[in-house]
Design a protein around this ligand. Structure first.
Ligand code: FES
Length: 232
């Protein structure tokens, strides 16, 4: 029995390994589907919904939906682009994303998706409370204004025993992702840099280095998101 199957994304035939998600198969076949919460090696949860596609008239998250032979997936339609744009707008109005002064500007996936989906003025009213910047640890700061609660830091930044550096605090509107204060004191340089890199926005910033890579020369300044298939 073959361990591959064929299905279509926007009419393009895709050959996938059985058990793969639509997103994984799309990536392997050079089809870009945007992601924010998804991260290679981490079990997908489908929380941000930006990877939504339409299958049989239903919206599904491509990072959690396994491929099936003969499946017809819509991804690059006006309707889906508008859905993704509305999710980006919602994220922008839920925090104070002041891009021009952000160290992640040009390397920020949310900002890059804002450009890709041509967000101008969000259709939703701004709705965020005053939030903190927590900068007590020696290596990292956490800007709660920019956090989109994707959980990438929670799932990928762990010590040698698998203990997580980041966790949720509070609930509902007060929900925050916070760093363990004690653990933050001993985080290695390497892991601290990884935490900043894995954050899709500018919420986790490595201290002491600023704008060493000039604006205009950063990842998405050179290549708009989706023009190359991302590896994460
Ligand atoms: S990337 Fe699929 S739901 Fe976030």
């Amino acid at each position: 029995m073959s361990d591959t199957c064929k299905f279509k994304i926007d009419g393009k035939e895709i050959i996938a390994k059985k058990g793969q998600t639509i997103l994984e198969a799309a990536k392997e076949n050079g089809v870009f589907i945007p992601t924010l919460c998804n991260f290679t090696g981490v079990k997908p949860k489908g929380s941000c919904r930006i990877c939504s596609v339409k299958i049989n008239d239903r919206f599904m998250t491509s990072c959690t939906t396994p491929v099936a032979a003969g499946m017809e997936v819509e991804s690059n339609t006006e309707e889906i682009s508008d859905l993704r744009k509305s999710i980006i707008e919602l994220l922008f109005v839920s925090g104070n994303h002041f891009c021009p002064s952000c160290e992640k500007s040009g390397n920020c996936e949310l900002q890059a998706l804002g450009y890709r989906y041509q967000m101008m003025v969000p259709r939703f009213p701004y709705s965020f409370d005053k939030k903190n910047v927590v900068a007590t640890g020696p290596k990292l700061l956490k800007d709660q204004d920019r956090c989109i609660k994707c959980q990438r830091c929670m799932k990928t930044i762990k010590d040698d025993e698998g203990k997580r550096y980041y966790a949720f605090k509070n609930r509902g509107r007060d929900l925050e992702v916070v760093m363990d204060e004690e653990m933050s004191k001993t985080i290695t340089d390497e892991l601290a840099k990884e935490a900043m890199e894995n954050c899709p926005v500018g919420s986790i910033i490595y201290k002491g280095v600023g704008f060493s890579e000039p604006i205009g020369t950063r990842k998405y300044d050179k290549q708009p998101i989706g023009s190359l298939i991302e590896t994460n």
